[in-house]
Design a protein around this ligand. Structure first.
Ligand SMILES: [Zn+2]
Length: 142
């Protein structure tokens, strides 16, 4: 599924630096989207990533208004690793990828208050001394 070649009629929305399309397989979700950078790049700077998430939040208000919660997946299980994108989906427990969702680090957005919650795979929670937690315990100079 080369993101560069998604036909124009499948693009839901265009932004100066991004495109939004439904994912090829919906996996029994009513809405499942992919926001991807227009250019073929694998990595982006922090500000661009922030821009992408802000866009996803704005887009989600419109497309996910039918459900009380929706999610943006972390890139861990991305099927297209060479083109920067993020997938947003509703959280239908009956969907065919729900098991996979629970294994994916993700953000959960609550539609009514627009609150954002971070969810990690249960199997990874409570692991001692991950590099990030070790870092947080270190001394900060700034
Ligand atoms: Zn590409």
């Amino acid at each position: 599924m080369p993101l560069c070649n998604i036909p124009g009629q499948e693009v839901l929305a265009e932004f100066p630096r991004w495109r939004l399309a439904r994912t090829k397989t919906m996996k029994q979700h009513r809405e499942r989207h992919m926001l991807y950078f227009r250019e073929h790049v694998k990595t982006l700077d922090e500000q661009s990533i922030g821009e992408a998430y802000m866009l996803l939040l704005t887009i989600g208000r419109k497309y996910f208004s039918y459900t009380d919660r929706w999610t943006v997946f972390g890139p861990v299980y991305a099927t297209v690793p060479d083109h920067w994108h993020r997938v947003a989906s509703d959280l239908n427990p009956g969907s065919e990828d729900y098991e996979q969702i629970l294994k994916t680090p993700r953000l959960i957005i609550h539609t009514d208050q627009m609150t954002i919650e971070r969810a990690n795979p249960e199997s990874l929670e409570g692991l001692p001394e991950t590099p990030s937690s070790a870092c947080q315990q270190g001394t900060r100079s700034s």
